[in-house]
Design a protein around this ligand. Sequence first.
Ligand code: CP
Ligand code: NVA
Length: 305
Amino acid sequence: MSRHVVTISELGNDDLRAILESARAPIDDSLFAGQGVALVFERPSLRTRAACSTAVHELGGYVTFFGDDEIGLDSRESAEDVGRTIDALYSVCAMRIRHHSVFQRIRRATMERLSLINLLSDVAHPTQAIADVLTIADHFANGDPGQLGGLRVAYVGDVTNVARSLAVALTRLGVEVVVGAPEGYQLTAGTDEDPLAVEGAKLRLTSSATEAVRGADVVYTDAWVSMGFEEETRRRRVDLDAFRIDEALLEAAASNAIVLHCLPAHRGDEITDGVMDGPQSLVWQQVAHRRSAMIGALRWIKDGE
Ligand code: CP
Ligand code: NVA
């Protein structure tokens, strides 16, 4: 059975550790020499496509990009047949998809032969979370993700795919996570990427942004309007107005706190220019870690073959 990186929840503790370690190891291999990785994007991307493409190149392989308009997942042909076709020609397929359930359908259709990497779905964004852990570990623990216990991370705003994967990864590593979100945008149980299901998690939910950020070492936010929610833009701007990361809110965090954002940022909505461009922001370090995270995931998948 091939390995997959579809959610952080599905990975065992050893798997997560192995991916993080592989991400940090120097590039001295050509594991994908002469091999292709299929990239399927049903939604737009800058960072993730760039991170994937450069990571596969670093490992000696090449990528083939398939956009939504050419593949037509479940419109031109079924997701199962797309999966079967890619399985006949590639061993790894990295996908950004609208509906998380497509992963399960392709896994079944290809009898778990084709390795899948989730590059963002409506439920999870695991390679982003791996990059975020690497960024936090670099800053607070000399790069060692095993030494993050005792840190407190505040996630503020809409609880998105990014928030769920981040919270699962961090709580599994012993980090305390406090989620500040208004009613209707808060963490709920029952998805495939569920921080509430992490055993022994130090996880607190609050409807106050200030309460969430108080004393935090890391303050994290994501878009108020994720892809697919564009029609709710006006309502979301009203509902989430008190959850903007601005200079005043950041005052409540630890004095040496860092600010993270998966990007793309909507300056003036979930984060101000002053914070995003300020001395506490490590958002560009996060971007650089996206490639390391992909390398870690790809190496871990290859190790399992
Ligand atoms: N953070 C992230 O996934 O960015 P893109 O949507 O640009 O890939
Ligand atoms: N939550 C955002 C993340 C973008 C990288 C979205 O799904 O659009």
